[in-house]
Design a protein around this ligand. Structure first.
Ligand code: SF4
Length: 328
């Protein structure tokens, strides 16, 4: 297997497990260095940043301190989160806070979100959400209201929704998707099936995620479906290939594969750092399996270059390789 396992302990053996995790987090491999954009991408990034600062806008890209921010904003993609700041689930990899009874939904959020997308000046918006398991429809009607408002005000902006699993409720999925203006419906399986319990909240599972993705495609064959796998949480290379096959069997069109990075020492520790060549190999295997577009690289996140990934799937050829920020 290509890639490096993290050292489990220092020679003196005196550090606690939390301290060891902190040490490990500092030692990111060299391929995690990012390049600043140049040329047109730099101008586009500066323009988006100027809009964000001028209007005090909030995006997931900034709040998560995403390392791809220059890259994505320079290519017109940004991610926004809806339905609150507290999630009803507690996945072990995620930095979002947990609250089983979060505050009520903000009914002004759809219009405020639509305005933020407008003011920011992006060409492709990824809207994501926290889980709202406490609501009878798992948040589906509110998610839909947000997407409709964005589309009404920004009909030329490409829209992708990165959805929760809606508690496995296929009726709620129908409420969300029927006749909705949307280019991509995304839902992340996050990890290979064997690691569900280790990585995700007990209410989530690979099978439940697959059922949502399969049903989304059945309900709306005209929109693309998308999912994402994090590596470095304990999976084997064979399991990644198997997970990709299961996603294709559910007719998932787009795939992203990226490195898991622990948000804090209290989160799930990183198991390994596969080298970029291995990500490229997985990317090729995914294309060979029939995914219409793939982004696979250490820094790839679910929404990485979302607009370009969509274009790639719509027959623009292979344009979303990782790390070529100057050429696109
Ligand atoms: S990967 Fe997603 S969160 Fe990160 S900068 Fe790109 S759009 Fe934003």
């Amino acid at each position: 297997m290509v890639g490096a396992k993290l050292p489990m302990a220092r020679e003196d053996g005196n550090l606690s497990s939390v301290e060891r995790r902190k040490e490990s987090r500092k030692r990111l491999p060299s391929w995690f260095r990012t390049n600043l954009p140049t040329g047109k991408a730099q101008l586009a990034f500066n323009e988006v940043l100027g809009n964000v600062l001028e209007h005090g806008l909030a995006t997931v890209c900034q709040e998560a301190r995403c390392p791809n921010i220059h890259d994505c904003w320079g290519k017109g993609t940004a991610t926004f989160m809806v339905a609150g700041e507290q999630c009803t689930r507690a996945c072990k990899f995620c930095a979002v806070g947990t609250d089983r009874r979060p505050p009520p939904l903000d009914l002004e959020e759809p219009e405020n979100l639509a305005e933020a997308v407008d003011l920011m000046g992006v060409t492709y918006a990824v809207i994501t959400c926290v889980n709202r398991d406490e609501l009878p429809d798992a948040g589906a009607a509110h998610y839909r209201a947000c997407l409709e408002a964005v589309n009404r005000r920004n009909p030329d902006v490409g829209l992708e929704f990165l959805c929760s699993d809606l508690n496995g409720d296929l009726n709620a999925l129908s409420t969300l998707l029927t006749d909705l203006e949307l280019l991509v419906f995304a839902h992340n399986v996050e990890c290979v099936p064997r690691l569900d319990r280790r990585v995700r909240d007990p209410r989530a599972s690979f099978d439940q995620s697959i059922s949502i993705l399969r049903e989304a495609k059945r309900l709306r064959p005209d929109i693309l479906t998308k999912s994402s796998i994090m590596v470095g949480v304990g999976e084997t290379d064979e399991e990644i290939l198997h997970a990709m096959r299961l996603l294709r069997e559910a007719n998932v069109d787009l795939l992203t594969i990226g490195q898991y990075l622990a948000p804090s020492p209290k989160h799930l520790p990183i198991d390994r750092f596969p080298e970029p060549e291995l990500f490229s190999k997985w990317g090729q295997e995914a294309r060979d399996l029939g995914f219409k577009a793939v982004a696979s690289g250490p820094l790839v996140r679910s929404s990485y270059r979302g607009g370009l990934l969509y274009e790639e799937a719509m027959n623009a050829g292979e344009i979303v390789t990782f790390g070529d920020s100057e050429t696109l």
